[in-house]
Design a protein around this ligand. Structure first.
Ligand code: DC
Length: 220
């Protein structure tokens, strides 16, 4: 039997990571955070002083990198070339950098292949922007999470504040808008939702409500 793949796509700040983690626990599947993989590559580019727009060097970097998740850890730790980079990838600079490197087609090809291999091992709940359109377009379990822009900005602001980062709400909202624009207008696999997805607006739902909606649809 083919392993179960659950695709959870949507823009930032809609609750993808928390939701995916809980859905993965409920379904006993690995949680694969594909955004973390683009973030890891952006971090490596920064450390090697490679511009986030240098397509040629980024492609070589992607081809020579190993990015994995520690199985069983919740939330999964992200391992870049053997190093745990889970915390280092969660900064505003790396958020924007990940969005920029993710628009390079050769980077996408390399990371999509890695994501397909990870999913083929034991199935998974994969969160990202193109899981249902590009990585696993055949899965019947596709969910697109969305929320009102002000709710998303507020959530991301609180997340950063909880980690001690003092970024004003207006700055968070502006950066989020810029990243959304970049992610949904790039030529290769832009963020889109079509009729094959179940669309869920999470603005006025609790996390548990979103998880129940997804698990209920899958029929687990
Ligand atoms: O989900 P996230 O915010 O951690 O993702 C960081 C960036 O990576 C996001 O702005 C766009 C890119 N990304 C992508 O292009 N495709 C994915 N499947 C996941 C993330």
């Amino acid at each position: 039997m083919a392993p179960t793949i659950v695709a959870i796509d949507g823009p930032s700040g809609v609750g993808k990571t928390t939701t995916s983690k809980l859905v993965a626990e409920r379904l006993r599947l690995p949680h694969i955070d594909t955004g973390a993989m683009y973030r890891a590559l952006a971090l490596k580019a920064k450390r090697h002083c490679i511009s986030f727009e240098d397509a040629e060097r980024l492609a070589a970097l992607a081809a020579s990198s190993s990015i994995d998740f520690v199985p069983g850890e919740r939330p999964p730790r992200v391992i870049l070339d053997g190093e745990d980079v889970s915390d280092a990838i969660r900064t505003p600079e790396i958020s924007m950098g990940a969005s920029t490197v993710s628009s390079v087609p050769a980077v996408r090809r390399a990371l999509v292949r890695m994501q397909q291999e990870l999913g083929a091992r034991a199935g998974g709940v994969l969160e990202g922007r193109d899981i249902g359109t590009k990585v696993f377009p055949e899965t019947p379990h596709k969910f697109f999470l969305d929320a009102r822009p002000e709710v998303r900005a507020e959530r991301r602001y609180r997340e950063l504040a909880a980690k001690g980062a003092e970024v004003p709400l207006e700055t968070v909202a502006r950066e989020m808008e810029e990243r959304d624009r970049q992610d949904s207008t790039r030529a290769d696999s832009p963020l889109t939702c079509d009729e094959s997805y179940v669309r869920i607006d999470t603005s006025d739902l609790s996390i548990d409500g979103v998880v129940e909606a997804i698990v209920g649809r899958i029929g687990a």
